[in-house]
Design a protein around this ligand. Structure first.
Ligand SMILES: Nc1ncnc2c1ncn2[C@@H]1O[C@H](COP(=O)(O)OP(=O)(O)OP(=O)(O)O)[C@@H](O)[C@H]1O
Ligand SMILES: [Mg+2]
Length: 507
């Protein structure tokens, strides 16, 4: 390890309010350089809010922050950087400038400073320094590439490289693994360990995948309703069950129990469907009334592409889709919705919600026709009522149905998108990784609602790379590999292992 002086960060009695929301009350949190901390809590518990206090975004906090025992005031992102605190936010995509190169993104700070002083920009230096920042992390990405050409995992590495470049002593990673594949997650963990152990950076790691925190974290802080419930060393005795209990304030049966639903006639038939750019090829599948179909596959296997092709979001070059024997091959998502398909997309913030609109408007957007009076005017009261029901069903944390979606926590925004489609009264529900970023309690709420849909005789397509979820909820599973369905399995007669075997190309 390089010679580093031990540094400490202590936040004491931190409170913060937003209109109608007391997001943090009297929170204590402390960390040391070189150590890795897990920050855990249900959706809306206050994790991101606390970290945004440390990174200078939530500047109107009350309480005190000390670095190496000296009090500092963090009232701007600049002040946070000066104190050595860096953060990689939950929404990786919005944190980078997509039209700029990797080098420009990594070196943003330098570029901004130079431009301010109207100095000559030394591009050779910029590229070299960016290259070095990536090399330090053992990451191989061409620094001349445009950021828009990168995968999400690569974008994250850019943010990490940029954050850890200079005097970074404390680094916050807000749900970095949510969009990553297993291999990408392992790579990220390598980089995190390196930064902590070799560079002496103190790291806060936020995640809803509780199992993975045991792999890299040494300490854990659990939050509930804006307060810290406990902070402790992670010992081998600590179980996920205990963490969940601290987090929710109640025990939770970890294994979801599906209730048996009678399965009826064939509802949906996808017949030799091929996407125009061959992103999915020759897809054949059926969904019966009351049936939940799992689409299992690793990140990048083509699950999202399959969902989007069925939903009419991608052009096709062959095949079609039938509902109740009638051709409903959709040329656009609008058409698909009219033909009784519903789709919860994976990239929810980008494709699923209008963040500037209130919760009720988002929840009722996909089914506005249900809220019209005879003169085709929207009956607001009915909209509010439907929204309140979804808020209760999915336990969405918001002061009311009138709150702007932008002010909801990441996981609660996702619940809004799931809820929006659950009220839509469709025949077929396509859900692409619907539990990504939601906490364990909410996950079970979503499972329960999907089960209800099946009980009403709807058909459900559930795409996920979490094979345990497919095992818990689906009746039948199709395994995807490289844009094709390679295997069909009866869930009661298969295992996670078998799903993994076929999804890695086994045959
Ligand atoms: N700018 C804001 N305006 C109003 N309310 C806010 C704002 N930022 C956060 N909140 C509220 O503060 C609470 C805590 O939100 P926070 O984003 O910290 O949750 P979280 O623990 O990160 O949850 P998730 O796991 O869903 O990301 C939520 O009720 C949220 O709606
Ligand atoms: Mg958050």
């Amino acid at each position: 390890m390089e010679e580093t002086i031990k540094s400490t960060l202590e936040a004491k009695g931190i409170s913060i309010e937003f209109p109608g929301v007391k997001a943090l009350s009297n929170v204590d949190f402390s960390m040391e350089s070189g150590k890795i901390y897990a920050l855990i809590g249900a959706n809306g518990a206050g994790k991101s809010t606390l970290m945004k206090v440390l990174s200078g975004v939530n500047s109107h906090y009350q309480g005190k922050i000390f670095i190496d025992g000296r009090e500092v005031e963090i009232h701007s992102p600049k002040a946070a950087k000066e104190a050595g605190i860096e953060i990689v936010y939950q929404e990786v995509d919005t944190a980078l400038s997509p039209s700029l190169s990797v080098a420009e993104n990594i070196m943003t700070n330098v570029l901004v400073n130079k431009m301010g002083k109207k100095q000559f920009i030394d591009w050779t230096y910029i590229r070299k320094a960016a290259r070095e920042a990536l090399d330090r992390l053992g990451v191989d990405i061409d620094v001349r590439k445009n950021v828009s050409e990168l995968t999400l995992a690569e974008k994250q590495m850019i943010l990490l490289a940029s954050a850890s470049r200079e005097r970074c002593k404390f680094l916050v990673l807000d749900e970095p693994t949510a969009p990553l594949s297993n291999t990408e997650t392992e790579n990220l963990f390598k980089v995190v360990r390196y930064l902590a152990k070799e560079k002496g950076v103190g790291i806060v790691f936020i995640s809803h995948r509780l199992a993975e925190l045991f792999e890299i974290c040494e300490y854990i802080t659990i939050m509930r309703d804006g307060q810290v419930v406990t902070s402790m060393v992670i010992t081998p005795e600590l179980t996920i069950g205990q963490i969940v209990e601290y987090m929710l304030g109640r025990k939770l049966d970890e294994t979801y129990k599906k209730t048996a639903v009678p399965i009826g006639d064939v509802l949906l038939e996808v017949d030799h469907l091929t996407e125009a750019e061959d992103r999915v090829k020759d897809i054949n599948l059926t969904v019966r009334k009351g049936e939940i179909i799992g689409i299992a596959g690793l990140v990048g296997a083509g699950k999202t592409e399959l969902c989007k092709t069925v939903f009419g979001a991608y052009k096709i070059s062959g095949g079609g889709v039938r509902l109740n024997g009638r051709d409903i091959t959709a040329k656009s998502p609008t058409e698909a919705v009219k033909r009784s398909l519903a789709f919860v997309p994976e990239e929810r913030r980008k494709e699923g919600v209008i963040v500037a609109d209130p919760v009720y408007a988002n929840i009722t957007l996909a089914s506005l026709h249900k809220f019209l009076n005879k003169l085709k005017f929207v009956i607001k009261g009915k909209q509010y009522e439907a929204a309140r029901r979804v808020i209760a069903d999915l336990d969405i944390k918001t002061p009311s149905e009138h709150q702007q979606v932008a002010f909801l926590s990441g996981g609660n925004q996702q619940k809004v998108v799931v809820g929006k489609w659950l009220v839509s009264d469709s025949e077929i529900y396509i859900l692409d990784e619907p539990t990504k970023g939601v906490d364990v309690g909410a996950k079970q709420d979503i499972f329960r609602l999907i089960n209800d849909l099946a009980r009403q005789g709807k058909g459900v397509i559930y795409a996920s790379c979490e094979f345990s979820e497919i095992m818990a909820i689906a009746d039948r599973a199709y395994v995807m590999y490289d844009g094709e369905i390679v295997k069909e399995l009866n869930v009661s007669q298969t295992s996670e292992k078998e799903l993994l075997y076929y999804s890695t190309g086994g045959n």
